[in-house]
Write a protein that binds this ligand. Structure first.
Ligand code: 4NP
Length: 157
């Protein structure tokens, strides 16, 4: 079976989606699951930027290093390259639907759609919040990542 691929998408690609990418990579590595992951933003402000320092610190608290990630913007090619494109909130999901070239394979969803009892909910933008906002982001993306591993059939390994 080809390696599944997942792209996580938020607005700036410096807070939520790099945390989701870091959490997913860490969980997949620990589970011994081959998985291609990346993250991107619907906005262009932070192209080439490392993740927000507060996001880096929150990931580091959980033993995950995201300092080498760099911001990029979603492209039409992403819809052809990835099996799943997972948006952090409804605004991102709506923007992705507008960007979808229609000839790709990617299935679009919200991160919390995968978490029982949280379907339709958004991972709240922590950018204007404090450290507790980033803790909340980590909790949400971790729950999403665990649920995704279960769906990919890899949870028991
Ligand atoms: P993110 O957070 O979408 O989780 O990366 C944001 C980062 C930057 C901005 C907005 C949200 N910004 O407006 O620059």
């Amino acid at each position: 079976m080809p390696t599944p691929s997942i792209l996580f998408v938020c607005l700036g690609n410096i807070c939520r989606s790099p945390l989701a990418e870091g959490a997913m990579r860490d969980a997949a590595r620990k589970a011994g699951v081959p998985l291609k992951t990346d993250s991107a933003g619907t906005g262009s402000w932070h192209i080439g930027d490392p993740p927000d320092r507060r996001a880096q610190a929150e990931a580091a608290r959980h033993g995950v290093d995201i300092s080498n990630l760099r911001g990029r913007q979603v492209t039409e090619q992403d819809f052809r390259d990835f099996d799943h494109i997972i948006a952090m909130d409804r605004q991102n999901l709506n923007n992705l639907r507008k960007l979808d070239p229609g000839d790709g394979k990617a299935k679009l969803s919200l991160m919390l759609d995968h978490v029982p009892g949280k379907s339709g909910q958004s991972v709240v933008d922590p950018y204007d919040g404090g450290a507790s906002a980033f803790e909340s982001t980590w909790r949400d993306v971790s729950a999403g990542v665990q649920a995704l591993l279960v769906k990919l059939g890899c949870s028991g390994r």
